[in-house]
Design a protein around this ligand. Structure first.
Ligand SMILES: *Cc1c(COP(=O)(O)O)cnc(C)c1O
Length: 354
């Protein structure tokens, strides 16, 4: 894809801060690269994207984002192979999704060539921040915020589209035990659970804090009307393996359509694993635990790729999953990271050269 933005403005840093970074001890999302992308929307159109040194923003305290939460984001990762070539994984999906999120929050869509041209330029400038080797990635965070001043509950007429990048070590959250939601909800029918909108995450912090006090790391959300069906976790879609069958719930306006999720489904089907995409009752999980057919649960998402779930809690009871040999979780994690790091053939065309 040869895209070019005429007049992409690039202002380079004077000296890189990369020498001060301890790449072996990187807390996730804490350190940012030398440059960032900013593009302003004003008077009905997106201006020229700029790549500038990473720096704080100055915003009016009445900027709409602070009061009405008009903010959406994306999360993707760049990888470097052993020859030093950098890659993204299915960035076209992230581009489509951020615009879907924008539409739902009444934010103007961002032009495709601005996105890819500035993304590539930014990543090429900061390419030294992408370290080769298993587990090393550069987390890329595009986002949009409403910047127009005025405490008026109406869509902003001014926005900033930005991309910032943070080097990350492989994210291993340890053993994950989840609480299945019985009372709180993450999203409702007709709402914007499908969007990567900032407010969807703010609303999860309090219930998740309560779940942590009970010894869980995350919540698996259930449908808001009955709490009888599992939906997804905070930033991950959820898969369940019953027998040798893989189950995941359908996407809807309550559920984020994860890129990792659709990649896992494609890989599984291609390998002859039966995949059922249908609502999954909590009762079915409990039955499967009783008759020992519940083999695995795992989350899928860009941050951890695949995150095995070791146990879950529901209505005061705790359930542990068995440790299985040759788990689907480890199989899909390996297959996905092999594609991401250019260690295997990419027959789906998922890799994107930077
Ligand atoms: C980002 C996210 C996911 C995972 O999506 P990926 O595209 O696989 O990273 C799943 N659920 C929620 C709520 C998310 O925010």
């Amino acid at each position: 894809m040869d895209t070019s933005v005429k007049n992409l403005i690039v202002e380079k840093i004077k000296s890189s801060k990369i020498g001060q970074v301890d790449f072996d001890n990187l807390p996730f999302g804490d350190v940012f690269t030398d440059h960032m992308m900013v593009c302003d929307y004003k008077n009905g159109s997106w201006g020229t994207p700029k790549i500038i040194p990473y720096q704080p923003l100055t915003l009016d305290p009445s900027a709409r984002v602070f009061h009405y939460g008009q903010a959406v984001f994306e999360g993707m990762k760049a990888y470097k192979d052993d020859k030093g070539q950098a890659w993204l994984f299915r960035p076209d999906e992230n581009f489509r999704r951020i615009n879907k999120s924008c539409v739902r929050l009444a934010i103007p869509e961002f032009p495709e060539e601005y996105f890819f041209d500035s993304l590539k330029t930014l990543l090429r400038l900061d390419v030294e921040w992408i370290k080769p080797g298993e587990g090393n990635t550069l987390y890329v965070r595009p986002f949009v915020i409403a910047t127009q001043p005025g405490v008026i509950a109406a869509p902003s007429e001014e926005y900033k589209f930005m991309i910032i990048c943070s080097p990350a070590k492989s994210y291993y959250g340890g053993e994950v035990r989840v609480k299945i939601a019985e009372k709180f909800s993450r999203a409702a029918d007709g709402g914007f659970g499908f969007a990567k909108a900032a407010g969807n995450y703010a609303g999860q912090f309090y219930p998740t804090k309560l779940a942590k006090e009970e010894g869980f790391q995350q919540i698996v959300w259930t449908d808001s009307s009955t709490h009888e069906y599992i939906e997804e976790a905070g930033t991950m879609n959820v898969f369940v393996r019953i027998g040798d069958k893989l189950l995941t719930c359908p996407t809807s306006d309550r559920i984020l359509d994860g890129v990792t999720r659709k990649s896992v489904i494609a890989l599984a089907r291609d390998q002859g694993i039966e995949v059922e995409i249908r609502p999954i009752k909590v009762a079915e999980l409990l039955d499967a635990t009783k008759n020992n057919t519940l083999k695995e649960m795992f989350g899928s998402g860009t941050a951890a790729v695949i995150n095995p779930i070791q146990g879950f809690g529901y209505k005061g009871d705790k359930y542990e999953l068995p440790k299985v040999e040759n788990s689907y979780a480890s199989r899909f994690k390996k297959q996905l990271t092999d594609i991401q790091y250019n260690r295997s053939e990419d027959k789906y065309g998922w890799r994107y050269k930077i």
